[in-house]
Ligand binder design. Structure first.
Ligand code: SAH
Ligand code: SF4
Length: 441
């Protein structure tokens, strides 16, 4: 038997999933496993899955299938599958039948119990299966020792689940109802991270704007929570993800504007620029209300960087609806837009809607929008030339420091003028935008 045991975790989907994988890594580390980037060296492979779009699911199914030869070579290899795909019992059963070599399957909401499943499997060598939408899991958030991916960036969950039921989206069905984590627990975790010298703290939730908890008997909303974090001593930046426009209040915008520690970067998914589509999506805001919010943000936070999510080809989307999205994109000028083709999800209301859009039209629309956004994004970053930006130095090579502005765009700072170190914030002057990177002094 070899001396060390290795784990490999394949993570798919959103940042919340990336964070869940940090818990999986922690659980494996506590049991003596070491990380490896090489699947073929692993003694345990965990697939932490995403089911938001069919494309992602198909890719994951392919990747799980590709493990079969490894399992043949190494009979002791343990294969575990968890996350949003397996939270749906039909999918969990399908995977179990299609890939009988899977040893452990569990859902999105019981990552904290992975250690228990693994220990039981190792003792009994019997398939472990546990898929529950269990809201008690929050109590366990603090009980898992995480192995964080980065020494500079840290994610902190502030809520779980979602109540919004956008008609295209499967998240509320797999993640369960929305629950906010206790404010004191959030603040304790952030304080500890700041003391450990983490530089960027990102508060995570499907809709952080609807966060609500109490502290010493007083109500704490999302703006209050951000203010409490900003009041902590330390040189760090605060970010958050994701914001639902329907719940983004002036109080939140004012809190961002007032606090130098809060990133001047807002990801505000719009999904569509057409009122008819927004209504059928159950987004609960209109194009006008969204644009009003953008105006307020731009007025109060003049140097703000905005990004968004957009779905093209939602059932019934007409050329006029799509033109409205184009127009909205041109008006807002996002630094980046994550654009997706609508993907039918079983059990969601949009699945049954009439006038599903043919794939060719979806493709045409996504290409048109991507090309437009590419142009807009270039303009946004070109316009940063001559501006002062606060960046975090994240890496270096012989010639330059590699830093990032708040929205994640790389800034190259040539060496030789000033000595910087990785993990340091620096105020730099952007001098150029070339080949997709910003250059600074
Ligand atoms: N809670 C977050 C995002 C969740 S999913 C929010 O509301 O902002 C991330 C993105 O995936 C969504 O913003 C949406 O643009 C996209 N998405 C979700 N379901 C989809 C589907 N069925 N087809 C295509 N894109 C989808
Ligand atoms: Fe899905 Fe809408 Fe909830 Fe975001 S807010 S997770 S898009 S249902």
């Amino acid at each position: 038997m070899k001396e060390s045991q290795f784990y490999y975790i394949a993570t798919y989907g959103c940042q919340m999933n990336v964070h869940e994988s940090e818990k999986l890594a922690g659980i494996l580390t506590t049991r003596g496993y070491l990380p490896t980037d090489d699947q073929s060296k692993a003694d345990i492979i965990v697939f932490n899955t995403c089911c938001v779009r069919e494309g992602a699911e198909q890719k994951i199914i392919g990747n799980i299938g590709a493990v079969k030869p490894l399992k043949r070579q190494n009979k002791n290899l343990i294969v575990a599958v968890c996350g949003c795909m397996t939270q749906q019992s039909k999918m969990a059963n399908y995977l179990r039948e299609k890939f009988p070599f899977i040893n452990i399957i569990f859902g999105a909401n019981n990552v904290e119990f992975f250690g228990k499943y693994l220990d039981t499997y190792l003792q009994q060598k019997k398939f472990q299966n546990d898929v529950i939408i269990d809201q008690d899991y929050i109590e366990n958030e603090n009980s898992v020792e995480m192995v964080r991916d980065s020494t500079l960036h840290a994610f902190v969950n502030i809520m779980y689940g979602c109540n919004n039921f956008c008609t295209y989206c499967i998240v509320p069905y797999v993640k369960g109802r929305e629950i906010s984590r206790d404010a004191q627990a959030v603040l304790d975790e952030v304080r500890q991270l700041v003391q450990m010298n983490y530089k960027v703290i990102t508060l995570l939730g499907q809709n952080v704007n609807s966060y609500h908890s109490t502290l010493n008997g007083n109500p704490v909303d999302f703006a209050d929570l951000m203010q409490l974090v900003c009041d902590m001593n330390g040189d760090f930046e605060l970010r958050f993800m994701s914001s639902h426009p329907k719940d983004l209040t002036s109080k939140v915008i004012d809190t961002i504007a007032r606090n130098p520690k809060i990133s001047k970067y807002i990801h505000l998914p719009v999904q569509s620029g057409s009122n008819a589509v927004l209504k059928r999506m159950n987004r609960n805001y209109t194009r006008e209300k969204y644009l009003c919010l953008i105006d307020e943000i731009k007025t109060k936070i003049p140097n703000v960087v905005l990004t968004t999510d957009i779905i093209v080809g939602f059932p019934g989307e007409t050329q006029q609806d799509f033109d409205d999205t184009i127009d909205l994109l041109k008006t807002v000028e996002y630094a980046n837009a994550f654009i997706f083709m609508y993907s039918k999800r079983k059990g969601t209301p949009a699945e049954k809607m009439p006038n599903q859009i043919p794939i060719e039209i979806k493709r045409e629309r996504i290409h048109a929008l991507l090309a437009l956004e590419h142009e807009i994004s270039n303009r946004v970053f070109e316009a940063m030339k001559g501006t002062q930006q606060r960046v975090l130095v994240e890496d270096e090579n012989n010639q330059e420091y590699l830093a990032k502005v708040q929205c994640g765009k790389v800034v190259k700072i040539p060496k030789g003028v000033k000595n910087l170190s990785v993990g340091e914030f620096a105020d730099v002057l952007i001098t150029k935008y070339s080949n997709g990177d910003l250059i600074a002094e």
